[in-house]
Write a new protein. Sequence first.
Length: 275
Amino acid sequence: MILFKTIKGKLEQATRLLFVNSLTFLNDSILIVEYPKSGGSWLGQLVATYLDIPFPRNRFPILRRSVYHSHYQPKYVIHKNKKILWLVRDGRDVCVSFYYHQLIWSNKNKLDPKTVTYTRKNLKFDNYEDITNNLPEYIEYSFTHTPPKSHYFNFPGNWESFNSQWNNEYDKNNSNIYLLKYEDLLNDTEGTLRQLFADFFNVEIDENKLKEVVHKYSFESQTQRNKGEEDTSSFLRKGISGDWKNKFNDNAKDVFKKYGGKMLIKLGYEKNDQW
């Protein structure tokens, strides 16, 4: 059963990679690119539902216009798709969220345990629940470790390199690339989407529909919890920004500054390295 799921997953990933280098140019599909744990699934749900187009997530892509959510680097001709939404998130929050995803058992990764099993083989902590003390070594690992393709077919690199590459494309010619921040989407979902749909997709805003879509995919509606109420076994763990402040010690700050500090400033999350 596990072997079948692995083969199916690789075929799905290969098919999707083929599509975003070919068919999506012809049918005007929308490509969402994000470093993992930056809110891409949520954005895909919001955009696809409002525009009434499919969002074939975690299954084989389809021939008609769709929303594609990915962690692709701007290789081949991916960056030349007509409509690309580049979603960024504070890399410190990404590290905390990814720690839970890769090292803490949840309802989702218990069904597909290879990620946690693989990461725990590489990081043998005495207590995986001691996140604060483990974070410095984990952050170092997240910026320097490259898994084999057999484990991670479309490995996106690290948070800094991924966003640096997309930032270079954005700076060259941003007419087909729209930059969004997860934090803006979280703090003002309606306003952020309203601007996106008006400025990038040139569609009239149906305020009632917009409110319905935002409510349907809000953290509260999907989890039956308020933002900030944590459930470590859920894919939607906490639904807030800035949680890194509760987890980072001084060592974690120093390691992150070493690898991702400049990109943090470039993306506007800090003015300097005095944080």
